[in-house]
Design a protein around this ligand. Sequence first.
Ligand SMILES: Nc1ncnc2c1ncn2[C@@H]1O[C@H](COP(=O)(O)OP(=O)(O)OP(=O)(O)O)[C@@H](O)[C@H]1O
Ligand SMILES: [Mg+2]
Length: 384
Amino acid sequence: MAETFHDIVLHRPELARQYLHALQAQPGRPLSMFAPRQTGKTFFLMEELTPLATDAGYLVVYVDVWMNRNAPLEAINHGLEEMLDKLYVPSSEIGRLAKTEVKKIGVLGTSLELGSSPQRRPLPEQSGLRLDSLLRRTHADYRKKILLLLDEFQALGEADQTQGTNAVSALRAALQQHKAFVAAVFTGSSQDELGAMFAGAGAPMFQFVQAVSFPTLGEEWAVALQAHFRKVHRGKEPSLVDLLRLFSEVDYRPKVLKDIVIRMSADGVTDIDVGLTQYLTDDANIGVWKSQLDRLRHPIDRAMLHLLAQGMKPLTEETRQRLAQMLPSASRVTEGQARMSIDRLRKSGTISKSSGSYRFSDSMFRKFLLNEPWNRFPGSSITL
Ligand SMILES: Nc1ncnc2c1ncn2[C@@H]1O[C@H](COP(=O)(O)OP(=O)(O)OP(=O)(O)O)[C@@H](O)[C@H]1O
Ligand SMILES: [Mg+2]
């Protein structure tokens, strides 16, 4: 039983087993697992899949592609090289000697003269070839399978076009050629972006990956939080039905639900509507949402978000008229401009398209905007 709310985690070993099984059943075909922001993908890769695969004999390499989107292959290679470095450090001086060529043995066998450490052919500089060599060498040296976990994989679509396509082709070639000992999982939060990237890389990509679903944490998560609340408050607790409704309102983000429940517990409150209001008016959260808004460089994007929050459709005449009224210098807003704005908002991950309409990736951000007056000049204290 967890000591504090912070210690509560939900493990999903069965899901990890299913994934590993799917990888082993179809060698050469990576899994692609996409789910909305903040639903626990990275946690799952690190805390569930990595230990399970390691126990099953894989060497696991994790790479955040988004953080390295301008040099994705180099980042994968770097991950592999770091892993090799760790494996290569000999466990003892004997280990080091054993890896060093003996040049001369003294007459009585007492003096050993050692040559320089064994040198291998340098790895190719070109990143695609280097990936290939690294995978081969790792397998040849350690006789283990390699599992590449490529998180935020859709960011390859945001990399400069040729970089992204080159990386995808090199990966595809490596995974196909070494399917006997290399497996991969692609993870990300935008199916849209992934689709665009695969379309750019050509049709075979679609047949290449196995799409698997990544279920959100479900009732069990609410039950775990409720149980801890009950323990702390001697029997007093928010109802499960309420907690599940709250979980859906916060887009099944486990951390957000936990944060709200922690605050409710601190205040001794069991009414989730009070918890939700508290979350929406919390200074720290408001600060995050404000800076998210300030990061949008085009004023039209901010205005568009305000209107989307109110439930308006992005491209209609009415929306474009409202946009023109909201913006300082626009007498009218064309459909093309509205479309470009939507496109930027989608790329930034603020909104996503699902079944034909746009929705906020973070419903709490939408609720914040509903209460936020429109400000043409955010960050400026001058009111004109
Ligand atoms: N099974 C779990 N049990 C407890 N907490 C979890 C669990 N899964 C995720 N979390 C928490 O939820 C938060 C978001 O998780 P994580 O970063 O893995 O999500 P993500 O889907 O990778 O997000 P992003 O789309 O932003 O990359 C983290 O604070 C994490 O600790
Ligand atoms: Mg993540």
